[in-house]
Design a protein around this ligand. Sequence first.
Ligand code: NAD
Ligand code: UFG
Length: 335
Amino acid sequence: MKILLTGGLGYIGSHTAVELIKAGHEVIIVDNLSNSERSVKDKIERITQQEVIFYKADLRKEKAIRQIFEDNTVDAVIHFAGLKAVGESVSKPLEYYENNICGTINLLKVMKDYNVNNLVFSSSATVYGASNPMPLTEDCPTSATNPYGRTKLFIEEILKDYYNANKSMNIVILRYFNPVGAHDSGIIGENPKGIPNNLMPFVAKVACGKLDELHVFGNDYDTKDGTCIRDYIHICDLAEGHLAAVNKLNEKCGLKIYNLGTGTGYSVLDVVNTYNKVCENKVKYAFAPRREGDVKECYACPDKALQELGWQAKRNLYDMCLSSYTYEQNQAKRK
Ligand code: NAD
Ligand code: UFG
């Protein structure tokens, strides 16, 4: 299939591009480079030895998106493009609503005009809000606690309405848990601009000496060691989940929602201790106050994805930490 990846030079998009190309699909990428580098295109091509068509364009500009569909016969779209920093979304809500929601509406309008009926959308476990029992199943009630989460929730609702009006659409909504780690080649990985907000990239920078120590946000939660529990999933497992979702589209699936997680929760200290095994104890940490908005625990029930997509995560926490460390070391060597 010829698959358009919006936001395809970003963290999840780039790993998915590699996986799709490996499986024989043709990939077109559109990205405005607001949170990625053009060099990622070359890296994808280096890993896959295949050429990737790239458009530097913004989903908020409908005309630019239209041109991509004019130039190419697109079979399916995987829609990754979006702003994703929770804290920033609180201080810049309009930017988040405009970028994520208007971008999606433009995309859907153009897809409709060009009769493209297959869509995979990047949603998030954040749509489960803070009050559900664990593990989270796809039919748990949804809610949002910040503007970023609300954009995901609103887009899910828009997609449901759109599907109800266009039953020839096939839409797979993927709710990711906590993607971490890097490609086995060590060539692509997570490379946030500035000081990382998320745990694993922060730990990676401490392990490589770029940051002094990790602040563990809260050690007084009601969990086995007092730190928060998350469902960390290896980025390559997540990428394979997209391949399974694309196969599902081909079954004329209608609208489906799947969790992509491992089903296992690890604490912040589990992550630090495992990372220290791969990097010879270079991760120093100190306990700090709780971070506002954090939930005690969040992990998936991944059964539906196994039953209906035939997909499950295969890599463990050690693999996640090792791939993250290898990538971070490669980054450090390049500088
Ligand atoms: P990322 O920032 O690395 O990638 C997103 C890409 O989209 C970037 O390359 C950015 O330049 C591009 N982009 C943003 N707005 C755009 C626009 N208007 N037009 C064109 N390109 C645009 O993020 P990621 O981690 O790869 O996340 C991909 C998707 O998955 C996002 O929608 C995110 O909300 C969602 N998600 C991510 C996580 C996570 O922890 N990484 C968890 C749940 C859901
Ligand atoms: N943490 C620290 N120190 C840090 C960073 C994080 O202790 O420097 C802790 C957090 O308090 C939390 C855990 O590590 O307990 C994981 O935090 P992340 O920021 O890595 O991930 P979150 O679970 O908070 O959120 C991520 C994405 C959201 C997404 C959510 C569910 O950032 O966008 O996963 O997919 F919605």
